[in-house]
Design a protein around this ligand. Sequence first.
Ligand code: KG4
Ligand code: ZN
Length: 378
Amino acid sequence: MEVSGRVKNASFKILADNVSSQVAIHTQYGGVYPMLAKREHIKNLPILLEKTLKEAKLYEKKKPVDVIAVTSGPGLEPALWTGITFAKELAKKWKVPLVPVNHMEGHVLSPFGKNKGKFKIKLEKKKFPVLALLVSGGHTQLIVMKDWFKYDIIGETRDDAVGEAFDKVARMLGLPYPGGPQISRLAEGLRSKIPSSKKHALEFPSVNSLLFSPSLSRKSSNQPAQAPKGFLKEESFRLPRPMLKSKDFDFSFSGLKTAVLYLIKKIKKIDEKTKAQIALEFENSAIECLTYKTAKAIEKYKIKTMIVAGGVAANTHLRNEMKKVTGKGVRLMFPTRELSTDNSIMIGMAGYLNYKKAPKKKYKIRADGSLRLGKMIK
Ligand code: KG4
Ligand code: ZN
C-alpha cells in the first residue's frame, strides 16, 4: 500500500492485496491447529510476498518499501513468530523500519479501509467518543475510545469468543469450518421463509422492543408460537441469552454452546430443517446478547460513532440488528465484508498510523499471544 499524510489525515492507495487462506486445510480438522498453521505460514509467506510485490510492480526494486508493519499479537504465538521473524529479515535486508501492530487495532481501523483503490482516514474530534464492538474468533470486546489510540475495554467475554461459539455450534451440526458463515447461511434461509406476520414464531422480540419498552414482556409481545409447516415448535428449542441482564458489559457464550449440545441430544434426529432452526435460534441468541449490551453502552457513554469489526461483523443479522439499536445521532460503521475477516490492509493502516505517531521509535518486537489494546475499566 502507498501511504501519505498525517496521523489524523492519512491517505492510502492499495497497490496489491493477497490473502493466503488456510481454511481448506483447517476444514479437515474442524479448527485451527497452531503447529499446522505455523508450518503453512512458513511455506506460504515467501510465495505470497513475491506475488504481491510483482502485482504492485515493486519486485524489481532494491528497496521496494519504506516501512514494514507486522502483527505482534494477540493470536497463536507460533504463527505470530513466523510473521515476525520473516518481517525482521526483510526489514534488515531492505534497511527499513519495522512497526509492530496489535491485530485488534487493525480490526478497529478496518471500517475506514477499502479493499482496493484509494481512501483516506479522517476522524474529527467531534465524532468521539467512539464505541467499538470487536467480534472475532478469539475476541468479543466492547471498547470505548475517547481519542485515537486510546482504548478503554469496558466489557468482554468471560469464556468463549462469539466467533468461536459460531464455529463450535457449526461443528456440532456437522457443518464445515469456519462455522460462522455456515450458521448464518442456514439462519438467513429460514428467516427469509418466515412471513413477517409470523416473525415472532421463531424469533424473540427485537432488542429494541426489550430495551425501549420494558413493560413489554417477552410473552405478551410474542404471538402464539407458530413455526412454519414442517418445523418444530419454537418452545421446544428455545436457547438462553446468557448474561443479557447482567449489570456489566461482559458476555458469555460457553453456556449457550453447551445449551445447543443438550438441545441436539434432546432432539436426537437432526435433519436439515432442525439444523436450520437451531442455527437460527443460536444466531438470534448470540446477536441479541451483543446488541443488547452495545445499546446499553451507547447510552451510558454517550457514544457518537459506533464501530463493529472482526470476522463476525460479516454477519447479516448482526448488521441489521445493530442498525436498530444505534438509531439517529450515532454514526454506525462496518468494514466491507472482505475487511471484516482477517486481512493485511487493516494491519497496513494501523502500521502506518503508528509509524507516523513515532517515526523514530525503536521497537523490541516479540509475539504476544494475549496482547491487549487497553486497560479494562469497570
Ligand atoms: O477476525 P477473524 O477473521 O479472525 C480472528 O481474528 O479470529 O474472525 C473469524 C471468525 C470465525 O469464528 C468465523 O466463524 C467468524 O469470524 N465469522 C462469522 C461470519 N463470517 C466469519 N460469524 C458469523 N457470521 C458470519 N457471516
Ligand atoms: Zn481477527
